[in-house]
Design a binder for this molecule. Sequence first.
Ligand code: T3D
Length: 263
Amino acid sequence: MSYESIVYECADGIARITLNRPDRLNSFTASMHGELRDALAKVEADKSVRVLLITGAGRGFCAGQDLSDRAVAPGSAPVDLGESIETNYRPLVLGLRALPLPVVCAVNGVAAGAGANIALACDLVIAAKSASFIQAFCKIGLIPDSGGTYFLPRLVGSARALGLSLLGDKLPAEQAAQWGLIWQCVDDDQLSTVTDKLLSQLAQAPTRGLAAIKEALQMSAGNTLVAQLDVERDLQRTLGNSDDYREGVAAFSAKRPPKFTGS
Ligand code: T3D
């Protein structure tokens, strides 16, 4: 499949997806969703990929659903938004969460509506200082989707989740980092350097172990301590058989840097 709304690149264990509709602030269309699904399937199938980056082209990261992708006007036939979510946004969020490797999101500019929440579905979010997060849904009579009502209260607590969702105010990246909504906020001219360094670190890390960390932390959201201790035991048992665990311990004993293969 050739891509028009995204750019997909892959080298040295690092896959990069750039949302590429800059004149529309990289907002989502049905065809962009199709391309994203195809690219995520590629990432999953390519065992050489050890980390995925998602970012945006131009001055924005993503302004959510492209509001001009379909006719929505007083008097027009109703649009089934449930169908749009079922077909497009739900699989995207679940696909990112289920990928057995870390997903980094470099938020290069405004992230609004589903654009903000797709960023929050990623594992490590770094944002440029000029970026911002906007739960824009309330301004058009909708609720935060793409996992917004799940991620927001868990990341920032219900008072801030309610404020952000009911008011739709712009949350500057620096404050988002202070609140714990995202991992890090960096100066604009540092975003690509810091992101590349992070990607390179993750691409050389024990990938199976990182995938298990991601899985365990996701499971903890709905688990009791007892159930979570079971999860930890089972994942640790599996990882104890991995090549990377043996290499990590051998490298520690030999006082040399480890050379992880991701297996
Ligand atoms: O519908 C379903 O399938 C259900 C799922 C819904 C998920 C959602 O994401 S709903 C929420 C949709 N998103 C929004 O409501 C955000 C709309 N955009 C904005 O509020 C503002 O554009 C921003 C705050 C994000 C940025 O503002 P600003 O002033 O920096 O830029 P701008 O001038 O508004 O936008 C630049 C251009 O991008 C402009 O086009 P123009 O005038 O230069 O031709 C603008 O119309 C376009 N644009 C921005 N966002 C969207 C968009 N075009 C289509 N859809 C957009 N979401």
